[in-house]
Design a protein around this ligand. Structure first.
Ligand SMILES: [Zn+2]
Length: 323
């Protein structure tokens, strides 16, 4: 695709305008005495918005807001992508939604089974909003949800005293179309990737993709023990085949697919190649830790995650050799 097509330029200008308006609203909202966190909301298109999370680990300072919480306003109601790390964040997002529309929130989608995707579900569930997630993410939430909850409680303290795990109501397999008046909203699974039950949201009429944790930039992605790196590299291609104009990644500002390919698929391929050489030479875990990853040093969370990623990828690839 020609990166300078009219469609792209228009889309990028929209995002830049949104960044400006988001920064402006953060400034003007600083006098707000409410105890809810102030979210910087970016307008991605006429009816798509995203509260861009910090490119850092979740903390009390950032209210656990370290991933993107997006929403789509339609004639038939609002669709929210991600429950958020806790009910406070969900309430802050809801306030931002109500500032932009009087349509009710109809659905909340969890991008996977990790804490920052689902721990705020309790807020939405109390309002009677239906929550959707991929089937494997629902299993994750059932199995590990309480552990995620106690980590979050430890981080946030008394701010989240009533927090509880709410398992999504509707299980999605590979594809699910939300029936709302207005444009179709498709939930898509592109294959295994970052964590069990990765789910993306595709707006085919606008060619906007809310990718979730299958796509990162601005910060280094994290490889988890349950990430499937080989599949992730392939699933990225399946996603990119949609040819989106704008992608809202799991982490980092809205951007184009090629930027995300460089920092997500490119990084995974780079690390996989490096570890392959180590394994071919009968190297060990310490060699993996010493891989020179400085080409990605400019990314946030590099210091926390680079070595950990190399170690996890080494173990995963070593295990596959002996299968
Ligand atoms: Zn994430």
């Amino acid at each position: 695709m020609n990166p300078f097509s009219d469609r792209s330029i228009k889309a990028v200008m929209f995002v830049l305008f949104g960044v400006f308006m988001g920064a402006w609203s953060a400034l003007t909202a600083s006098a707000d005495a409410s105890e809810l966190p102030i979210l910087v909301i970016i307008q991605v298109s006429e009816n798509v918005y995203s509260a861009i999370g910090a490119t850092a680990a979740p903390s009390r300072d950032n209210f656990g807001h370290n991933n993107n919480l997006s929403f789509v306003i339609t004639e038939g109601g609002v669709v929210v992508v991600n429950g958020g790390d806790n009910a406070l964040l969900a309430a802050a997002l809801h306030r931002a939604i109500k500032e932009r529309t009087d349509k009710p929130v109809r659905y909340v989608i969890n991008e996977n089974g990790q804490g920052h995707a689902f721990l705020g579900n309790s807020y939405w569930s109390d309002l009677g909003v239906k929550i959707l997630a991929q089937r494997q993410a629902i299993e994750e939430i059932k199995t590990h949800g309480e552990a995620s909850l106690s980590q979050m409680r430890e981080r946030m303290g008394p701010l989240v005293s009533g927090a509880r795990v709410v398992v999504p109501d509707i299980a999605v397999d590979d594809r699910y179309v939300l029936e709302l008046a207005g444009e179709p909203i498709e939930l898509r699974r592109f294959g295994a990737a970052h964590s069990p039950g990765d789910l993306s949201v595709w707006l085919p009429e606008q060619r906007i993709l809310i990718a979730g944790d299958i796509a990162f930039h601005e910060r280094l992605l994290g490889i988890f023990p349950d990430s499937d790196v080989d599949a992730w590299i392939d699933s990225f291609d399946v996603m990119a085949d949609l040819d989106p104009v704008i992608v809202i990644p799991g982490h980092g500002h809205p951007t184009d697919i090629e930027t995300l390919r460089y920092f997500t698929q490119g990084y995974l391929q780079f690390l996989r190649d490096e570890i392959e050489v180590i394994l071919d030479d009968d190297g060990d875990l310490s060699d993996a830790y010493n891989v020179d990853q400085s080409a990605y040093e400019m990314l946030d969370t590099f210091d926390e995650l680079a070595q950990k990623n190399a170690g996890r990828m080494f173990r995963q690839m070593e295990e596959k050799l002996f299968q």
